[in-house]
Design a protein around this ligand. Structure first.
Ligand SMILES: [Zn+2]
Length: 261
């Protein structure tokens, strides 16, 4: 996994009011990419580096948006931190505390029949997020909520939404839990499985939830302009916001399940 935050920080560390960074500005509106007439990123002020602001100035001066760099780096860093390498889901489940908290992964007692004797055994386990059956992690698969085929932008927007980078806030309990954890420090809590969950309602429209806000535009444009969009899409596809444990039965109905191990 590339160090997206480090690369962007390195590029912006040389930018001053006199030495500006000039690049196109890209937005995602209703999940579609648009290139804006805006063209200039300028840092403002004589603050220490992390206190600097990046300003997106549109060509016609219709809008000038100052955004703090430290906020951008914090959010980009968090997105990277919750992205798992594709080949190590099992490691993520055993090692990633946030994943364990969110999906109620813990050691539980299971019964096994060995020869003609019923024995109990302690296993690391989690509920299937669809039907709720609790299984040892070896029996579970990983579901990509936005599918690996053609779901890249949905995964990116789902992730950006959880970090407050879209106009609309997350609708589901996972996005809300992640957002509250990273913005307010709320302890991550296990989210309900589908079978016990009430039908979701949102005060935000679908378009708002799939449209970047100013901070989201700044991050997306920086990444896009530096040729790192593929890495960002991969990070979001295989990141915490887009993954959930599911039993083989439920996941088979959704296409090719990826095994935990
Ligand atoms: Zn299931």
């Amino acid at each position: 996994m590339m160090d997206l935050t480090g690369i962007i920080a390195g590029i912006l560390s040389t930018v001053t009011e006199r030495n500006t960074y000039i690049a196109p500005v890209f937005t995602l509106e209703s999940a579609c990419e648009h290139e804006k007439f805006a063209k200039v990123f300028v840092t403002k002020g004589n603050f220490a580096y992390m206190g600097k602001k990046i300003t997106i100035t549109f060509d016609d001066n219709s809008l000038s948006v100052p955004i703090r760099l430290d906020s951008i780096f914090a959010k980009l860093g968090a997105i990277e931190n919750i992205a798992f390498a594709k080949s190590t889901y099992r490691g993520a489940i055993e090692d990633t505390v946030l994943f364990q908290q969110l999906y109620d992964v813990k050691t539980r007692t299971f019964q096994y029949k060995k020869n003609n004797v019923t024995v109990t055994q302690q296993e690391l386990s989690a509920p299937c997020m669809k039907c709720g059956i609790i299984l040892p992690v070896q029996q579970l698969t990983i579901d990509h909520q936005a599918p690996q085929t053609d779901g890249e932008y949905e995964a990116l927007l789902k992730t950006f939404r959880a970090f407050g980078l879209t106009h609309g806030a997350p609708q589901g309990p996972k996005g809300q839990a992640i957002q509250q954890h990273f913005t307010r420090g709320t302890a991550m809590r296990p989210i309900p499985t589908r079978i016990s969950r009430p039908i979701l309602t949102s005060t935000f429209s679908l378009d708002d939830r799939y449209t970047l806000n100013d901070e989201g535009v700044a991050i997306y444009s920086l990444i896009r302009n530096e040729g790192l969009l593929g890495d960002l899409l991969t990070a979001c596809m295989h990141g915490l916001c887009n993954l959930r444990p599911m039993c083989g039965h439920c996941n088979t109905a959704r296409g090719n399940p990826t095994k935990f191990i």
